[in-house]
Design a protein. Structure first.
Length: 264
């Protein structure tokens, strides 16, 4: 009869170690931890030194996203960043310098080490021409005054007629009650079938009215459900000739001139 092999005392002791004790064997040693901390410290020191030296100084500013003329103007506006370490360049400063130009709606940027700052420009989109007396100004979708322009230019854009002189400078934003609401209504037309047909927008007796270039009034009431109202108006005008006015202030019961029911 054979006997089972005997374990040596050493192996038996190892076998009897509890699981927690065996896990301790794979933990890093104190020396390894110290080396890791030293590596991290050296990297942080190198980063701090690089921030305050010319190693990563901005030497090239690449701007793209708009037309060539605006790209050059943005690059010139960002010139104060030249010589600054890329590690010290931050978004708020880049945006502040770039959007000081009225034609710039916003920017994004990327650091291309070692010495290049890459900037992508989002240009403002003109939505209307603001008029008062003989003055004319180009205004963006955000309500920002982009430039003073000559009369009878930008004829494809609708007009916003102000009852009082423009109260903000070029680069400023139209305030509420001084063109801001009209800009919002015109911006709602973006991509809509009616966009090219509208010549102006105005308010009368508490309701908003789009006025087509041919004189047709599209009455939308307040701005509630505005996309729905515009879609209904476009569909009606596509199928039926309407003159005078089309009232879609109550989308479920649109009404045309002489109060004839068009649908609903």
């Amino acid at each position: 009869m054979s006997r089972p092999p005997r374990q040596s005392p050493a192996r038996a002791a190892v076998a009897r170690l509890p699981p927690a004790a065996r896990r301790l064997d794979v933990l890093p040693s104190g020396r390894s931890i110290a080396i890791g901390i030293a590596i991290v410290a050296v990297a942080l020191i190198a980063l701090l030194v690089a921030r305050d030296t010319s190693v990563f100084a901005v030497r090239t500013i690449e701007v793209r996203g708009a037309d060539a003329k605006l790209d050059r103007r943005v690059a010139a506006a960002l010139a104060p960043l030249r010589g600054t370490s890329l590690l010290k360049v931050h978004g708020p400063e880049v945006r502040r310098l770039a959007t000081a130009l009225p034609a710039v709606a916003g920017v994004t940027y990327d650091r291309a080490f070692p010495n290049t700052l890459r900037v992508s420009v989002q240009a403002e989109e003109p939505v209307a021409v603001v008029r008062h007396g003989t003055g004319a100004w180009l205004v963006s979708r955000q309500g920002r005054v982009l430039a003073t322009i000559r009369q009878r230019t930008h004829v494809s854009l609708p007009r916003i007629w102000l009852a009082q002189p423009l109260g903000v400078p070029v680069g400023g934003t139209l305030p509420s009650g001084d063109g801001a609401e009209e800009v919002t209504l015109l911006d709602a037309l973006r991509g809509a079938p009616l966009a090219r047909e509208i010549g102006t927008v105005r308010q009368a007796q508490g309701q908003w009215i789009y006025v087509a270039r041919g004189g047709l009034e599209i009455r939308v009431g307040d701005t509630t459900d505005l996309p729905l109202k515009l879609a209904i108006a476009a569909e009606i005008l596509r199928h039926a000739p309407v003159t005078g006015y089309l009232d879609v202030s109550v989308p479920q019961r649109p009404v045309a001139r002489a109060n004839s029911q068009v649908s609903g």
